[in-house]
Design a protein around this ligand. Structure first.
Ligand code: ADP
Ligand code: MG
Length: 553
């Protein structure tokens, strides 16, 4: 045999392979989705090089994916005319886990143990998933670059792989040849392959031929008129895009013509993926120029606080050969990005107005991320209107109000919006700071999330109303409001004798508490409780101090 070289898989690859090989049968079919998606990526990259005018081997070949099978021999082959790989690229791309996502995924898989099958389908597991069904895999690949020899890679997925230079002449692109495991023979059957391709890969933008018959749709659904698309097609596309099993919560389909032309098809997922660190890193919108994919998961089209939004953006007005590195400096691109943001915010405004319940659902799922938008000064007014809070006047912890709801029922003469910070509603309802506000019938916003306080500190005001912590209010102002319930008994002024006892009690407390407090004083705010802690510092509340202490600042 000519120049065969053996290599060992890196330790982390072995670990991942071990998990995949032993994973549940139900999720095995997604290996085909992964291989087709790699073929499609390779074709996208090739088209990108063509648009740049690069010299390309076999430039005349059509850009397509071909799948063939041999039912008797249990062999399945997936071929593309994409970018291909050189000898060194095969080692770099296939032999190691290059993308951090796969590493994260492997960690997560190891953590969840039991339910592996359920999780695999939701993530882009990558090339190695082929070993769920393969006894042996051969890759034959020829790079688009001139004078690079074709290469063969072969492995049983156990510990090592071997690489050989191919001497015979083969065309540009990559073929993955799979010798199926005995119990995976169904993946060499036409009906099975056809149904898997339809289910997972229908929206791939290059033709997929199964034994010479085209299987997929190949339409850029985002460029079709809204009226021609059924809900099921949107849902199907969403699933194709996100691997999410639930249909989306909302669909935003926009066609903008002026001043810059673009189409956007955006989705708000039903469930937040906040739990998965893996997915949080993975956000972004797919950017197309005239139906040609320029970049998967572009992060500059969306501000981070809208990172829960999934989808695609396609523009006629960007050059096809635009490089990803210079996108951010492109004026047209940045205008598209800001228009995408304002379209999403307008959608949310509409939703908040017309579907209050739906908006509250949205808030409970995605509010945690959305709140981080307090840095988006350009959209400040819209952002502030979209915030939601629980408050002392809500009937339970599920009810939410906006600043505008608060102001609509504000007390006559009230110039401030009040808030209190705490772990949960039942704790806050018992908080002594709240007593006087209850007694004066003043509404107080309840902030449960540590981030809320940063949000409030950043926005400071809603319209002309200053937003103030109940710990830092001017009690004189509060006391000007009428009591709802008359005090049970008018407290009589203390007698000289009692006064002496009272002040000596205060100074005793002070000496016991020592450095822990600034002062111990008579309270004008309490109604039922004997004592409470108040903050002297105007800007930092006790809750915020706890956070700062936690983070050692
Ligand atoms: P990902 O696709 O997320 O990068 P994969 O594990 O699926 O991760 O693939 C790893 C890498 O192998 C790809 O990034 C690509 O460089 C290379 N690769 C896989 N399949 C092909 C193919 N059909 N053509 C060219 N390169 C490929
Ligand atoms: Mg892949």
């Amino acid at each position: 045999v000519k120049n065969v070289k053996k290599y060992e898989f890196k330790a982390e690859v072995k670990k991942l392979l071990d998990i995949l090989v032993h994973s549940l049968y139900t999720s095995r079919e997604i290996f085909l989705r992964e291989l087709i998606s790699n073929a499609s990526d390779a074709l996208d990259k090739l088209r990108f090089e063509q648009n740049k005018g690069t010299e390309i081997v076999n430039n005349e070949l059509p850009l397509e994916i071909r799948i063939t099978f041999d039912e008797k021999k249990k062999i399945l082959t997936i071929s593309d005319t994409g970018i291909g790989m050189t000898h060194d690229e095969v080692i770099a791309n296939i032999g190691t886990i290059a993308k951090s996502g796969t590493e994260e995924f492997a960690k997560m898989l190891a953590e969840v143990k039991g339910d592996v099958g359920n999780i695999i389908g939701k993530f882009g597991v990558g090339f190695y998933s082929v070993f769920m069904v393969a006894k042996e895999v051969t890759i034959k690949t020829k790079s688009f670059k001139k004078d690079e020899p074709a290469v063969e890679w072969k492995s049983d997925g156990l510990g090592d792989y071997e690489i050989t230079e191919i001497e015979e002449k083969i065309n540009r692109g990559t073929s993955i040849i799979i010798q199926l495991k005995d119990d995976a023979e169904e993946f060499a059957q036409k009906w099975k392959l056809e149904s898997i391709i339809k289910k997972h890969s229908n929206f791939i933008s290059f033709p997929i031929y199964l034994e010479n018959e085209k299987i997929n749709t190949v339409t850029a659904i985002w460029r079709e008129p809204k009226s021609s698309i059924k809900k099921e097609q949107y849902d199907e596309f969403y699933k194709f895009l996100t691997y999410d099993n639930d249909p989306p919560m909302d669909i935003i389909h926009k066609s903008v013509d002026a001043p810059i032309q673009f189409n956007a098809l955006l989705f708000i997922p039903k469930k937040s993926n906040d739990l998965f660190f893996y997915d949080r890193e993975n956000y972004g919108l797919d950017l197309y120029v005239r139906r040609v994919l320029i970049q998967h998961k572009n992060k500059d089209l969306l501000p981070e606080y809208l990172s829960f939004v999934k989808g695609v953006v396609d523009s006629e007005d960007l050059p096809l050969n635009i490089s990803r590195e210079t996108l951010q400096e492109n004026v047209i691109f940045t205008k598209i990005a800001s228009s995408v943001t304002s379209n999403i915010l307008s959608h949310l405004q509409e939703k908040a107005k017309n579907d209050k319940e739906g908006y509250n659902e949205f808030w409970k799922e995605h509010g945690k991320i959305f709140k981080l938008g307090y840095m988006d000064f350009a959209n400040h007014d819209k952002y502030v209107e979209l915030l939601r809070f629980n408050s002392s006047k809500c009937k339970d912890e599920n009810e939410l109000i906006s600043f505008s709801d608060y102001v609509e029922r504000i007390k006559e003469g009230q110039k401030e919006i009040y808030y209190i910070v705490g772990a949960n509603r039942s704790a806050l309802l018992l908080d002594p700071h709240l007593e006087i506000f209850k007694n004066k019938d003043l509404e107080v916003l309840f902030l449960y999330d540590p981030v809320d306080e940063f949000v409030i500190q950043a926005i400071r005001k809603y319209k002309d109303y200053e937003i103030k912590s109940v710990q830092n209010v001017d009690l004189k102002k509060i006391n000007e409001f009428k009591d709802v319930v008359e005090k049970k008994q008018e407290t009589e002024p203390l007698s000289k004798d009692d006064q002496k006892h009272f002040y000596s009690l205060l100074s005793k407390m002070k000496s016991i508490l020592g450095d822990k407090v600034e002062d111990v004083v008579e309270s004008k705010r309490l109604v039922d409780s004997p004592s409470c802690l108040v903050s002297k510092d105007e800007t930092i509340s006790s809750q915020m101090k706890k956070i700062l202490k936690m983070t050692n600042q």
